[in-house]
Design a protein around this ligand. Structure first.
Ligand code: G1P
Length: 296
């Protein structure tokens, strides 16, 4: 039996330059899909998978994230006075248990591997999850929960995996496949951002990971990889060199790349259409746009 995964790292130190000027004053993780910030989707997914400790790797200019997860006593009491119990419940769903959330700063932008390594002392000697909030995954069962259930059987390291068109593979970490067993894929290698035409497969790594503490020790080496950054993919690939297993997990669900404008807009439309309180009005609007008569 493999040890339970109860800690998750959320790397949220990136500057979000693709969304400037919006991200000049607001962390990109606070940008909202309908009415919930990206980070709330990531936290809810982690909770559903049984995560109890949430570790944020932040940077300068990200204090709005800390405020977001704090209590809001003035707001709560004014909603209470007005009898707005539904809104009170919505607000309370963002509260975190005292001591369940920790913030560590990555002082220099040295890559995803380095960001994860910054949390090493809070992880200690147990398996942990990593969630990249830019990747929003919609599905019946949360992606991380699907992975945790499978991890409990197979152990080792596991990354979420998704097939991508070959011409897009160079934007991702890509798995070199040893063996496919349904949704589970045994890897024999991993490459971060392979040059066009050099990807070992079209199975890309998506931002959900379950990792062993060995990966943190491997990150101690601070080896630079693609783009001169310390890459998480490289540290996981070194596990394979040490003959420890790494699996890809082809999750069920739809992934939206909310780190790109097109992906963010797609997620907004999909989540909007999925909301019972908005569906009718919104789908009418979309139909009118498609018919070439955008509402004024
Ligand atoms: C990161 C990882 C990459 C992974 C991707 C998934 O890249 O380094 O391996 O495929 O997330 O979204 P980034 O998108 O931060 O460049």
């Amino acid at each position: 039996m493999n040890r339970k995964v109860t800690k998750a790292i959320f790397p949220v130190a990136g500057q979000g330059t693709r969304f400037l000027p919006a991200t000049k004053a607001v962390p990109k993780e606070i940008m909202t899909l309908v009415d919930r910030p990206l980070i709330q989707y990531a936290i809810d997914e982690a909770r559903a998978a049984g995560i109890k400790e949430f570790i944020f790797v932040t940077s300068r200019g990200k204090s709005a994230l800390e405020d977001y997860f704090d209590t809001a006593p003035e707001l709560e009491s004014s909603l209470k006075k007005k009898g707005k119990t539904e809104l009170l419940d919505v607000l309370r769903s963002t509260n975190m248990d005292s001591g369940a959330i920790a913030y560590i700063r990555q002082h220099q932008a040295m890559g995803l591997g380095h960001a994860v390594w910054c949390a090493r002392r809070l992880i200690g000697d147990e398996p942990f999850a990593v969630i990249l909030p830019d990747d929003v995954i919609a599905g019946e069962k949360s992606c991380l929960q699907q992975m945790v259930e499978t991890y409990e059987e197979v152990g080792g390291c596991m990354v979420a995996a998704m097939e991508v068109p070959p011409e897009q593979a160079s934007s991702y970490g890509v798995l070199d496949i040893k063996e496919s067993m349904g949704p589970l894929v045994a890897a024999k290698g991993m490459v971060e951002k392979p040059a066009p035409g050099e990807a070992p497969s079209n199975l890309a790594v998506i931002g959900r990971y379950i990792l062993t503490p060995d990966v943190l020790r491997s990150l101690d080496k601070k080896q630079q990889g693609a783009g001169g950054e310390i890459q998480l993919t490289d540290a996981i690939a070194r596990e394979l060199k040490s003959l420890r297993p790494v699996h890809g997990y082809k999750f069920e669900g739809r992934r939206y790349d909310c780190g790109s404008k097109a992906g963010f807009l797609q997620a907004t439309v999909a989540f909007g259409l999925n909301r019972p309180d908005l569906r009718d009005e919104f789908s009418e609007f979309i139909a009118s746009v498609q018919a070439g008569h955008p509402a004024e």
